[in-house]
Ligand binder design. Sequence first.
Ligand SMILES: NC(=O)c1ccc[n+]([C@@H]2O[C@H](COP(=O)([O-])OP(=O)(O)OC[C@H]3O[C@@H](n4cnc5c(N)ncnc54)[C@H](O)[C@@H]3O)[C@@H](O)[C@H]2O)c1
Length: 331
Amino acid sequence: MIRFALFGCGRIGRMHADNLAAHPEAALLWAYDVHGPSAEAVAEKHGCKAAGSVAEVLADPAVEAVLIASSTDTHVELITAAARAGKAILCEKPIDLDIAKVDACWNEIGPLGVPIQIGFNRRYDPSFNAVQKAIRAGEIGDLRQVIITSRDPGLAPREYLQTSGGIFRDMTIHDFDMARWLLGEEPVEVTATASRLVDPGLMADVDDFDTVMVQMRTASGRQCHINGCREAVYGYDQRFEIFGSLGMLQNENLRPTTVRRWGRTETEVQEPLLNFFLERYAEAYRIELDLFLQALETGGAMPVTPHDGRQALRLADCALESALSGRAVAV
Ligand SMILES: NC(=O)c1ccc[n+]([C@@H]2O[C@H](COP(=O)([O-])OP(=O)(O)OC[C@H]3O[C@@H](n4cnc5c(N)ncnc54)[C@H](O)[C@@H]3O)[C@@H](O)[C@H]2O)c1
């Protein structure tokens, strides 16, 4: 049984609290949020304590691990404090928006040897995982191309977009991690374009883009294409296609059921796609926690490391640089 504290009780923090409470080998002792009522709501739901400060939580020797699900700009500070207190860390992506801060953080806490996992949950999605295993097992021969489609169902609110760090570092960062994981090799060159097609006025106000295309190349010449958009009217579109010398792998979007309906005017009508990440990746978040606990219990390696978090951020930075400069960027 590993005893946890949760930092951040917002949208994803509440989901993590539910998963911690439901896991037979985890116990949630504390919830903390700068917005007190959010922590109190989690504490009431799960019968844990609402903390008044980070220090109060980290001073409790019963706490063995922290789950950081607070706003991105707080991650480095909380990771550093938790590592100094000797707690294991499961931290949501991205580590930070500034790679210099990420590097300074690892330089300080790396020597402490605290187990850390970064929340790139998509690696644990059962379908994506099966595809990655098939690639590594050589089912499609020599890998040639990875094509990732990643579209959100709708634009996030202005307040979110203002502090998100931009589409590449906030949203496409998941796809950069997927790309590295599927390619099995580091991209060495990134070319990207970025447009304001969904809401040009809002995007100009928040100095961001809503529609992007990225191309990457590895040292051996393998190619990856990512297309992303902050709005798809038909729902949360999460697919990829992997092409190799011996074949191709594809995964489909998930729906609540597999029922298809035929009528007078339409055929093969299916239910809408699972809407957005909490539903689409529910299983992946549970497996993420499970593998974190397993690694702590066995002393084994964490499945997604701080290095993975840094590399995805590096690719996001290169993509933004390419989109702004119109040039290919060496990683
Ligand atoms: N892996 C994924 O699929 C995924 C999905 C969504 C969000 N995220 C990440 O999770 C994090 C939270 O996102 P969200 O959508 O839940 O945001 P949110 O705004 O709903 O929640 C963030 C919470 O953090 C709290 N907070 C702010 N500063 C704090 C601090 N210093 N200490 C403790 N709590 C603090 C806020 O009061 C808020 O309740 C972000 O880093 C985001 O990128 C990951």
